[in-house]
Design a protein around this ligand. Structure first.
Ligand SMILES: Nc1ncnc2c1ncn2[C@@H]1O[C@H](COP(=O)(O)OP(=O)(O)OP(=O)(O)O)[C@@H](O)[C@H]1O
Length: 105
């Protein structure tokens, strides 16, 4: 939770044998972030994984479209400074099914 609290972000890979609590720990992370009224998107590349978590979504072109709309709207431009004053982005884009190839590329 430290990278979320400190807004530092990061890439973390959770790998463990079947039935050892991966979904359990991800659900806890999701619930904790959402309880702080922060934005969390849980994404997966295939159909079944996102259905296992609260608010999970399949990461496909529709998701990218939604993000593209969401990001400019979340910018609050200062007319004088001509640069973004505040930017509210999801605290975490949680990819539920990243494989090693996707991570290393
Ligand atoms: N820390 C925990 N305390 C109590 N129960 C737990 C804990 N972690 C996991 N469990 C329970 O163990 C079972 C398996 O956990 P979970 O489904 O999260 O594992 P998984 O690693 O995601 O499984 P899979 O690899 O099959 O998808 C669930 O019934 C879950 O509620």
């Amino acid at each position: 939770m430290q990278p979320v609290s400190n807004n530092t972000g990061g890439l973390y890979y959770l790998d463990a044998p079947d039935g050892t609590g991966k979904k359990f720990i991800i659900s806890l992370i999701l619930a904790t972030i959402r309880s702080e009224q922060k934005i969390e998107l849980a994404l997966a590349s295939s159909g079944i994984a996102p259905t296992l978590l609260e608010g999970g979504r399949t990461a496909h072109s529709k998701t990218v479209e939604v993000l593209a709309k969401l990001i400019p709207r979340s910018l609050n431009y200062s007319k004088e400074a001509k640069k973004p004053k505040t930017m509210q982005l999801p605290q975490r884009l949680l990819n539920l099914e990243a494989n090693l190839e996707e991570i290393t590329n």
